[in-house]
Design a protein around this ligand. Structure first.
Ligand SMILES: [Zn+2]
Length: 137
């Protein structure tokens, strides 16, 4: 899954969170015929990845460049503030997600499950506290 966390401008690619630099301007044409606008550029080793959004159907795509060549074009699943919890539910087990939610709501939580969740996200380059502070329920 290629995912995009809108509020943090993070691209999840190869199970790694890659920070982006905001951009604008023409980002190519969508399958629907609409014009795509650049959102962010991400550097992943020697690869540059452009995330663009269609102004017509709101589809979000990632174009992966090596030099000037496009080597991959993929649909991106985008998560807005009110959808970040859905993103966590994809990444974490239900026990881990419950621990994270309980801790956030300041009720009793499973410490081991919480630690596992935090570690898993850290391995992807994600800061759980920062992510939680962006979530809208
Ligand atoms: Zn479109």
């Amino acid at each position: 899954m290629i995912a995009y966390l809108e509020p943090l401008k993070l691209l999840i690619y190869d199970e790694r969170a890659i920070p982006g630099t905001s951009s604008s301007g023409f980002g190519g044409f969508c399958e629907c015929g609409g014009v795509m606008t650049q959102k962010t550029w991400h550097q992943n080793g020697e690869l540059k990845i452009l995330v663009s959004e269609c102004e017509n159907c709101w589809k979000i795509e990632a174009l992966v460049f090596r030099g000037v060549d496009v080597i991959e074009r993929e649909n991106v699943k985008s998560f807005k503030r009110n959808e970040l919890r859905d993103f966590l539910s994809v990444i974490l087990t239900s026990t881990e997600l419950e621990a994270v939610m309980n801790r956030w709501n300041e009720i009793e939580y499973n410490y081991n499950a919480y630690s596992r969740a935090k570690k898993r996200l850290e391995e992807m380059g994600l800061d759980l506290e920062k992510l939680m502070s962006e979530i809208i329920f």
